[in-house]
Design a protein. Structure first.
Length: 327
């Protein structure tokens, strides 16, 4: 591609991100049936979320396969999201080995790693520590359960306090400079054409991992509604395991009302809304967050290069945004 076309494409990308057309463009289907047949992605049903079934982790997924509002698809087999990998079975490790990963990024803080254990990975693959501050969430959880005091637990988590705490956690994904640096480093590695497939995770694979995935999918021109469904899907994948955890805590006598933990175990739209509202307040838009907040330049955004289409098989952001007037 010529330098002039690259400059044009990156300018279009900047404008689209700045005014919010990346997520918004997906909502309106073409008015006439001919346009709809030319751009069938506007009318596609909800897409399949590609879970990697494992015994020792329940929220492992391939982020590829989603259709974008430009008509392509996010490439499969390049970026994976998951919960902690410290309980993988030998069979799980074989399955993970088949993904061809070259890097695993661990968003957990040291307290989590110490309590839950380091990742179990195929030979030759080691986790890279990339701690994202959880705003004290893990410590709060351990303190509430460890107290064994129903009154204290209600005071800490009842009356909507658990949900309010989670909203603060999500706001910190945007406001905390160390968190922004970790998310930025992850996006740069994804954009690096010399990197192979990578996986990032936290403890439950739903909050820090969920926000990272939501930002990435939006940056790749995946419709906002699709990115939200990917985020909320953690509730489906984690529901049975989290219910078992609550039942075990109750049976142990540590909590009389373990349902107080549900707001901390779940993802909710209002948590995501708290982060996006903070992003808009601080940076004006997704584009502002990516460039001013995370310090990414347009070439890095363009080089994410995770989109493929039927014509070329593979296209970077440069190609994605070379859209003719017929769009």
């Amino acid at each position: 591609m010529s330098r002039a076309r690259i400059r044009l494409a990156t300018a279009v990308l900047a404008s689209a991100l700045a005014i919010g057309t990346l997520p918004a463009a997906a909502y309106a289907a073409p008015a006439d049936s001919a346009a709809a047949s030319r751009h069938p992605w506007h009318t596609q049903p909800a897409e399949t979320i590609r879970q990697i079934p494992l015994q020792g982790a329940v929220n492992v997924r391939d982020l590829g396969g989603y259709r974008t509002w430009t008509g392509g698809r996010v490439r499969q087999g390049l970026v994976y999201r998951s919960d902690a990998l410290g309980k993988l079975t030998p069979s799980d490790i074989t399955t993970v080995g088949g993904l061809g990963l070259t890097k695993v990024l661990d968003f957990r803080i040291p307290m989590e790693v110490q309590y839950d254990g380091a990742d179990k990975l195929p030979a030759g693959l080691a986790s890279t520590a990339r701690p994202v501050n959880d705003n004290g969430l893990y410590g709060l959880l351990m303190s509430a359960i460890g107290s064994g005091d129903p009154v204290k637990q209600e005071q800490m988590l009842g009356g909507g306090r658990g949900e309010a705490y989670m909203r603060d956690v999500y706001r910190a994904f945007v406001t905390n400079p160390e968190n922004r640096a970790q998310f930025a480093a992850t996006l740069r590695e994804i954009a690096d054409g010399n990197q192979g497939p990578l996986l990032y995770h936290c403890t439950s694979g739903k909050d820090r991992t969920g926000w990272m995935s939501y930002v990435l999918l939006n940056a790749l021109a995946v419709p906002k509604a699709t990115a939200e469904r990917d985020y909320l899907a953690s509730n489906t994948f984690r529901a049975a395991y989290d219910a078992q955890v609550r039942a075990g805590i109750k049976a142990s006598g540590r909590m009389q009302n373990p349902d107080l933990l549900i707001p901390l175990q779940e993802v909710r739209q209002n948590y995501l809304d708290a982060a996006t509202a903070q992003m808009e307040a601080d940076y004006g838009s997704l584009y502002g967050y990516l460039t001013d907040g995370l310090g990414l330049d347009l070439r890095t955004l363009a080089n994410l290069g995770l989109e493929e289409d039927a014509a070329d098989g593979y296209a970077s952001f440069y190609t994605v945004y070379e859209v003719g007037p017929g769009w």
